[in-house]
Design a protein around this ligand. Sequence first.
Ligand code: SF4
Ligand code: FES
Length: 299
Amino acid sequence: MTVVLRVNRFAPRPARDRERSRKSSPFARKSSPFADARAARKPRGRSWVQEYEVQARGNDTLLDCLLAIKRDIDPTLAFRYSCGHGMCGSDAVAVNGTPMLLCKAKVRDCAHQPVAPIVDDAGFRRTSVDGEPSPVAETAKPVVELAPLPGFPVQRDLVADIDPMLEQIRRFKPYLQADGVLATTVDGKVDVFEYLQRPEQLARYERLSTCITCGVCEGACPVYAGGEAFIGPAALINQARFIDDSRDRARQERLEALDTADGFQACQSVRACSRECPVGIDVGEEIWQLIAQSKEQEA
Ligand code: SF4
Ligand code: FES
């Protein structure tokens, strides 16, 4: 079938021009102490929407379609991917407004028939009239709308800058802090450190350890989209993985570090973060469990 990919594109202004425009306004930098940080986070440039028609089968992924466009139609289209099968988390974008991975999104699930807009007497375009939805445009080709991952600054086309998420994850020591047990070989020599654990202890955090840091949960979170007021669900899931690990010795410090205004206190329990996690983590529930554990510790 023929599918139309409607892509929100963005071309950043060249660094040379940015520097020149900043110099032209001597007050811009002084007027706001956050001016530099904001400029770094929000690149300026040209935005436009471009449509591409591709031949695709229902079982093809949107990544397949974009690769076909890049190969045969427009080599300037920018998007990020690596593994191509849901392992690396590098290709999260907004598909029809919902964050998901390009390599997991199938054409048959995402392509929708565009509705024919109804223009009322006053000239306004409406999606329904008297409660009746607009009729589907029979002749139109199915459409998929693509945009960069929400909540992150865009770098180019569908490539978002995920550094803010990685910075927040790094802030909370994302590694095991454990005391190992010295194992000895049969002839009594010290061999390696062992970090022993029973299967049921492993089961407590195993699912969380499959997080691929794709940022889909962050893109879906309306609080995270609001700026730096929330460290975001991905950082919380990363910490929950260590808090639930019986070998980790920093459980208490981790819970205390997260119990802040920009930590889990900022979570509004919208639970949009749980809906599209590609590895099936119930992100909202895990954040709730963190809050419960913190309260238990205080009691
Ligand atoms: S919790 Fe799920 S959605 Fe969020 S970053 Fe990890 S894998 Fe992606
Ligand atoms: S390309 Fe690696 S997760 Fe999609």
